[in-house]
Design a protein around this ligand. Structure first.
Ligand SMILES: Nc1nc2c(c(=O)[nH]1)N[C@H]1C(S)=C(S)[C@@H](COP(=O)(O)OP(=O)(O)OC[C@H]3O[C@@H](n4cnc5c(N)ncnc54)[C@H](O)[C@@H]3O)O[C@H]1N2
Ligand code: MOO
Length: 392
């Protein structure tokens, strides 16, 4: 059995960033830029008033000065023509300022009578946003993360209407097992609901992929072959179940007959030991264990990172430190990812694993907000010790 770190390295080595495609700016939320984009103009394109008030020439800027208001400039409407000494311009936020040196006095800071104003104490700020104060034409942006609403705002201001982004990975999701029925159906006495496909599709969507849920493959080679065949065109095939050692565990056998180049099977982790990975045709195949929590943990540890890789993202170490909230017993030969809850602590949060750690227990999984990581052969640990965890 290989370690989690080795398995992750091998999974990531199976995938390459997907080629770029161009998408309209309005559809780019969460997408990842494939190359830098550059500002097509300078912002602000002119010295702009930052307050509603009066623009005055630098030479007229002294407390007590009386000036005549001779014209107006508003956002989208510059004032044409020059001002003479002793003249002020009514100006509104966002309006272009005259080219001469000057400043904007907020209207609250002057006394206005008829078309005259009298200046009081001059405010510290000139209340002018200088041309190019935000960014200059040609400025490059290349955030190495899924684009946020803030990125879209910046790129809109840069007049970038279309973006080159990595294609989103197409992910085929295949549940296997005679015991499974879909939510909404009535299970027979020996049956349970297929939960894995929904958990996995959610994980795929959250990580920027496009999930395609295929029909449940039954526990026959013919059924599994047919459903795997229907995954044609996917960048990633994720199966759940049928990965272990029983006679009904057919994924390795059937995928092998279909040409799977297997990278590994079985990882020293708990839950998730029967994980399998390889390449099947043009796709990466992740064969997840059927136990729902095992599938969920494998999704956090392997599926999310490989989806990042497809989108050209770095995969930073995502573990964090916390203080153990209770004593915990020693561990065996597999790294144990324990469902846990975080609470506020001092410098570090406090992490407390749930008493129930069954790899089929979805209720506890849904309440967990972290996975406490117990390394292989970890000794007993006491409350107060510092441990690693994976935020969920
Ligand atoms: N003799 C051994 N038995 C088992 C071993 C082992 O090493 N030796 N490993 C155990 C471990 S660890 C796991 S995890 C499971 C995983 O087995 P499979 O991947 O073959 O999964 P199945 O047997 O098909 O199913 C296991 C369990 O999960 C339920 N399941 C499956 N698919 C779904 C789904 N889509 N939604 C909800 N629940 C699902 C299934 O009904 C079973 O209860 O094997 C151990 N056995
Ligand atoms: O993956 Mo299994 O028990 O390790 O759930």
């Amino acid at each position: 059995m290989i370690s989690v770190a080795e398995a992750l390295a091998q999974v990531l080595a199976l995938a390459r960033p997907l080629p770029p495609e161009r998408v309209p700016l309005a559809e780019a939320l969460g997408r990842v830029l494939a190359q830098p984009v550059t500002a097509r103009l300078t912002q602000p394109p002119f010295d702009a008033a930052a307050m509603d008030g009066y623009w005055i020439a630098a030479a007229d800027a002294r407390p007590g000065a009386r000036l005549i208001v001779t014209g107006a400039a508003a956002a989208g409407h510059a004032h044409q023509g020059a001002l003479s000494p002793g003249q002020a311009l009514r100006i509104f936020t966002g309006a272009p300022c005259p080219a001469a040196p000057g400043r904007v006095i907020p209207q609250e800071d002057v006394t206005r009578e008829g078309d005259g104003i009298t200046l009081g104490t001059l405010p510290k700020s000139a209340h002018i946003r200088p041309r190019g104060g935000d960014f200059a034409e040609g400025a490059e942006v290349f955030p190495r993360r899924p684009l946020t609403p803030r990125d879209l705002g910046l790129m809109a201001a840069m007049n970038i209407a279309e973006l080159p982004v990595h294609r989103r990975p197409q992910v085929a999701i295949i549940a296997t097992g005679d015991e499974l029925v879909m939510p909404g159906e009535r299970p027979g006495p020996d049956q349970i609901l297929c939960s894995n496909s929904f958990l996995l599709a959610g994980a795929v969507t959250q990580a920027g992929g496009i999930a395609r849920m295929l029909p449940i493959a039954r526990d026959t080679e013919a059924s599994l072959r047919a459903v795997l065949g229907a995954a044609e065109g996917a960048d990633l095939i994720v199966t759940s179940g049928g990965a272990s050692v029983g006679e009904h565990d057919l994924v390795g056998k059937v995928a092998g007959e279909m040409g799977l180049a297997r990278a590994f099977w079985q990882v020293a982790m708990k839950p998730g030991k029967p994980l399998m990975a390889g390449r099947l045709g043009g796709a990466v195949l992740l064969g997840l264990p059927g136990n729902p929590v095992a599938a969920a943990v494998c999704a956090d540890l392997f599926l999310a990172p490989v989806l990042k890789r497809f989108q050209g993202l770095e995969i930073p170490a995502s573990t964090a430190k916390a203080v153990l909230g209770c004593d915990v017993p020693p561990e065996g030969p597999r790294a144990h990812y324990q469902r846990a809850r975080l609470s506020l602590g001092g410098d570090l949060p406090v992490i407390t694993p749930f008493a129930q750690q069954d790899s089929a227990g979805l209720s506890v999984l849904a309440q967990a907000d972290a996975l406490l990581i117990r390394p292989p052969q970890d000794g007993p640990r006491s409350a107060g010790e510092i441990v690693d965890y994976l935020p969920l």
